[in-house]
Design a protein around this ligand. Structure first.
Ligand SMILES: Nc1nc2c(ncn2[C@@H]2O[C@H](COP(=O)(O)OP(=O)(O)OP(=O)(O)O)[C@@H](O)[C@H]2O)c(=O)[nH]1
Ligand SMILES: [Mg+2]
Length: 487
């Protein structure tokens, strides 16, 4: 596996004591959550051979990382290398002899040193909560003898900085070119980028190549953000236009219980369809961010985003005043759901309104629960499928509907960004309580409000889309920022 270093491609070996989180650091850095590719495990000695992981853009290898087995007997190895070298400070000659077989009893140490002798830089991972003992000092000493550029990574586990961290910093500061912290279970894009930049700082010889790599990583991330924005727009457009219909017959009109049951079934179907659309979006976003262990709820229930729950309508979406302002800007768009559901045709007295829940709580817009508008029996469906009669359920008749949908998606997007690929536990994507739309600048709210109305009416939305896309891209970038700082 340990291919010789291509002179053009910077290579870094991830080294350190067994079970320090070397593989986890690499997995997070490269966004690999697959244990078949990078094995991360509580069992010490999990990585037994060197394994190459290449960062490739456009078919070209930009950086190579080598995951290595950990040091297992560093003090004895240090003595052996010294013995083989004789007096003075051992250099690469002694290390080469050690790796070539002189140190037969030190399989792990020989394996991890080999890539360094082939020209790889050192990415030394330590757990700063551990006391700094002699065996760690021996590791640092051996790494110093390689003469390779060295970056030390304090893989902090959790918030505690621990009493030992200052000892580590002091020692590492003397033996390494640079020391950085990186929490393999929490690092986000920003921290990953900082770690890559640190490699650039220690590896002068490959500066141009590493700078180009960082540019490519940033470009790729920007492209991902654009793709996510586009997908979110597709979802919102589809959701605002979603209709479900059911054929009706004469008996529906005669039997009140029967028509009520039918509308309830149709309402359920509407929400199932909406959930399906939403799940489709979340799966695309998870895929875009290379998550396999973090999954979206596939039950068809609205995990954390039950549009039937009063709570959902309180925590997400705009405030009453914001809705009013957006409504004015969008030319009376507050009634968009009604218009859309009836296709611009006013059904008047025949309109049946399906009320959900009942008597619970107060909704921002004057004590109403979200309602679904239905064009009732006795009205041909507006697309006029045949001559049959049909009832149709469309988007909830509540101007906050698109904003609630958007907040539901954005809060889960934030969760996706916060999940690191070095973890190996499975997690279901949940939504947070606080949304984003209320904090939008008013211009953004106005623009989105107009676009929502245009989508629902199927008129004029295309003209607004370049601007809407730009605003959503900006929104996602802001979420990245808050996710990075806020944890
Ligand atoms: N909480 C927390 N746990 C971590 C972190 N990094 C690694 N771990 C855990 O520590 C254990 C060891 O992680 P690995 O990445 O497999 O360690 P390693 O150094 O590659 O181990 P070997 O290959 O056996 O030498 C795993 O159970 C990880 O989940 C971290 O940043 N935070
Ligand atoms: Mg490992």
């Amino acid at each position: 596996m340990n291919a010789p270093s291509n002179a053009d491609t910077p290579a870094f070996a991830v080294v350190g004591r067994v079970n320090m989180g070397k593989s986890a650091v690499l997995a997070t850095l490269l966004e690999i959550d697959d244990n078949e590719i990078i094995r991360v495990s509580p069992t010490p000695g999990e990585t037994t051979c060197c394994q190459d992981h290449r960062l490739v853009f456009g078919g070209r290898e930009c950086v190579r990382f080598i995951d290595t087995p950990g040091f297992s007997r560093p003090i004895e190895a240090m003595r052996e290398i010294r013995r083989m070298h004789g007096s003075g400070v051992p250099g690469t000659d002694a290390l080469r002899r050690f790796v070539a077989g002189g140190g037969a009893d030190f399989t792990d140490e020989r394996r991890l040193l080999a890539p360094l002798l082939d020209g790889a830089g050192v990415l030394y991972v330590v757990d700063p909560a551990k006391p700094l003992r002699d065996d760690f000092l021996a590791e640092m000493e051996i790494l110093r003898w390689t003469g390779r550029p060295r970056l030390a990574v304090l893989n902090r586990r959790g918030d505690a900085t621990g009493d030992n961290e200052s000892d580590w910093r002091e020692r590492l500061g003397g033996a390494f070119n640079l020391v950085r912290t990186f929490d393999a279970h929490r690092a986000r894009f920003g921290e990953r980028l900082r770690l890559l930049r640190a490699l650039l700082d220690i590896e002068e010889g490959h500066r141009a190549r590493l700078e180009e790599t960082i540019r490519l990583v940033e470009d790729e991330w920007a492209a991902r953000r654009e793709e996510a924005a586009e997908r979110i727009m597709d979802f919102l457009r589809d959701a605002l236009r979603l209709r479900v219909t059911a054929a009706t017959d004469e008996r529906d009109g005669m039997m009140p219980g029967r028509s009520e049951r039918k509308s309830r079934e149709l309402t359920d179907r509407y929400y199932r369809e909406l959930a399906r659309l939403e799940l489709g979006l979340l799966e695309k976003l998870l895929d875009l961010h290379r998550h396999h262990l973090l999954t979206a709820e596939a039950s068809g229930a609205f995990a954390g985003m039950d549009l039937r729950s009063v709570e959902t309508w309180r925590k997400w979406g705009l405030t009453r005043w914001q809705i009013a302002a957006v409504g004015a800007a969008a030319g009376g768009a507050a009634g968009l759901a009604v218009d859309a559901a009836t296709g611009g045709v006013t059904h008047g007295a025949g309109t049946v309104t399906g009320t959900l829940g009942g008597g619970i709580g107060t909704w921002l817009m004057g004590g109403r629960l979200p309602e679904l508008k239905m064009s009732g029996p006795g009205f041909a469906w507006r697309l006029g499928w045949g001559s049959g009669r049909a009832i149709e359920v469309g988007p909830p008749d509540n101007p906050n509907f698109p904003w609630v949908l958007l907040d539901g998606v954005l809060t889960r997007y934030r969760r996706m960004l916060a999940r690191s690929h070095g973890r190996r536990d499975e997690e279901t994507l949940t939504a947070d309580d606080d949304g984003f739309t209320r904090g939008f600048p008013s211009e953004r709210r106005k623009l989105l409000g107009k676009w929502f109305a245009a989508c629902a009416k199927r008129k004029g939305e295309g003209d607004l889309e370049p601007k809407v896309a730009a605003e959503l891209v900006a929104t996602l970038a802001e979420i990245e920022q808050t996710t990075r700082e806020g944890g």
